[in-house]
Design a protein around this ligand. Structure first.
Ligand SMILES: NC(=O)c1ccc[n+]([C@@H]2O[C@H](COP(=O)([O-])OP(=O)(O)OC[C@H]3O[C@@H](n4cnc5c(N)ncnc54)[C@H](O)[C@@H]3O)[C@@H](O)[C@H]2O)c1
Ligand SMILES: O=c1ccn([C@@H]2O[C@H](COP(=O)(O)OP(=O)(O)O[C@H]3O[C@H](CO)[C@@H](O)[C@H](O)[C@H]3O)[C@@H](O)[C@H]2O)c(=O)[nH]1
Length: 335
């Protein structure tokens, strides 16, 4: 039962490829390498370079490899960019997903797993957030993802396909065996930035506001280890195969929050170095807190996280930064 992983050369997709291969699923990756890396794709997987919006290419790929399920990670992911250039997000996230879903239906692919986001909830009025919470995205990125969820729901009602939309909270860390990690240049995510500072790849971390209504005044998020998230995808796939009549929308988080200050302290503990930082103004569009209720993922999919501690996430992220620093040094020597 081969699985097509779109965006499999990216950060989260490359970890899902490892989780699938490790569980015995053959994998074909479809990626245009716009933000991904060829060498992030495990050599056990086939790589097709191209755009998920290219229906001729996706149909041919689905048919040639007899694909039984699609995991759709490909997309654009930068929230402020989505505010400045919303139509890019409605094209690459919404329109290209529509094209991929059309190809899936045309080629009778029975299962579809979609990378959604906690951003579909906008500014929740309480925590933890369950899947029944109203969806009111606060930016075009969140709207572009919610529109894809809605297309999937309508498509599953009309055709022989079921789906699982996984709403990720804050994804961080790296493969515990050092096989993959986040290589994105200029990433803006907190743990990536803080570990880059500890590794000497950035001068300093800006803390966006310390006057939020949270215990220490800084923002609180539910950080999930990328390998636990990858495993949730394998569980979700098994769930879809088990009962093809049923689709699911599942939060992916641990149900506990950590503040920006707690993250800085964890990185300092793990690296043994101070993380240079300064408090600056709040970042426009940020919210005080976002924490998942993950009961549905645990109970329905039988998901059991293995790396649910901030120290573990930070340790694996730091190990990946050390590898990146080594390969930068090698490139400089050979240049
Ligand atoms: N990183 C997070 O914290 C987070 C949180 C919630 C949801 N997500 C979602 O998870 C998914 C993966 O995110 P990531 O952090 O791994 O990002 P990433 O940029 O590392 O990976 C995206 C991958 O998709 C590829 N891609 C982009 N557009 C494409 C297209 N039209 N056709 C083919 N390939 C294309 C890129 O080359 C890249 O390899 C995205 O859909 C994102 O919206 C991420
Ligand atoms: O340099 C930084 C980066 C972040 N933060 C703070 O750290 C927290 C987390 O920020 P970040 O890591 O940028 O994540 P979010 O803004 O919460 O968004 C992430 O999590 C969402 C789901 O909850 C996804 O939809 C987004 O794609 C993903 O970037 C927030 O309080 C930020 O203000 C800083 O103080 N300094």
């Amino acid at each position: 039962m081969p699985v097509l992983v779109t965006g499999g050369a990216g950060y989260i997709g490359s970890h899902a490829v490892l989780a699938l291969l490790d569980s015995g699923w053959p994998v074909v990756v479809l990626d245009d390498l716009s933000t991904g890396f060829r060498d992030a794709v495990d050599p056990r997987a086939a790589l097709v370079q191209g755009d998920v919006g290219d229906i001729a290419l996706t149909r041919a790929t689905l048919a040639r490899h007899k694909i039984a399920a699609i995991m759709h990670f490909a997309g654009s992911i930068i929230v402020p960019e989505s505010v400045a250039d919303p139509l890019k997000y409605y094209r690459n996230n919404t329109a290209n997903s529509r094209a991929l879903i059309e190809s899936a239906v045309a080629e009778a692919v029975p299962h579809f797993i979609f990378s959604s986001t906690a951003a579909v909830y906008g500014v929740p009025s309480d925590h933890p957030v369950t899947e029944e919470w109203p969806t009111r995205p606060a930016n075009p990125y969140g709207t572009s993802k919610l529109m894809t969820e809605l297309m999937l729901a309508d498509t599953a009602a009309a055709h022989a396909i079921n789906y699982c939309a996984l709403r990720y909270f804050n994804v961080a860390g790296a493969d515990p065996d050092g096989r993959a990690g986040q290589s994105t240049a200029g990433a803006t995510n907190l743990i990536k930035v803080a570990t880059e500072v500890a590794a000497g790849a950035r001068a300093r971390l800006d803390v966006f506001g310390d006057d939020y209504p949270t215990p220490d005044g800084t923002g609180v998020r539910d950080f999930i280890h990328v390998s636990d998230l990858a495993d949730a995808h394998v569980r979700a796939l098994e769930l879809l195969v088990e009962d093809p009549a049923r689709s699911h929308v599942l939060n992916c988080g641990y149900g506990s929050g950590h503040s920006v200050r707690q993250v800085i302290a964890a990185v300092e503990r793990a690296s043994g170095r101070p993380v240079a930082h300064r408090i600056v103004a709040r970042r426009p569009g940020d919210i005080a807190m976002m924490v998942a209720d993950n009961a549905a993922l645990v109970e329905r999919a039988g998901w059991q996280p293995r790396f649910d501690s901030l120290d573990r996430i930070v340790a694996d992220a730091l190990a990946w930064e050390a590898r990146l620093a080594k390969s930068r040094a090698r490139d400089l020597t050979s240049a």
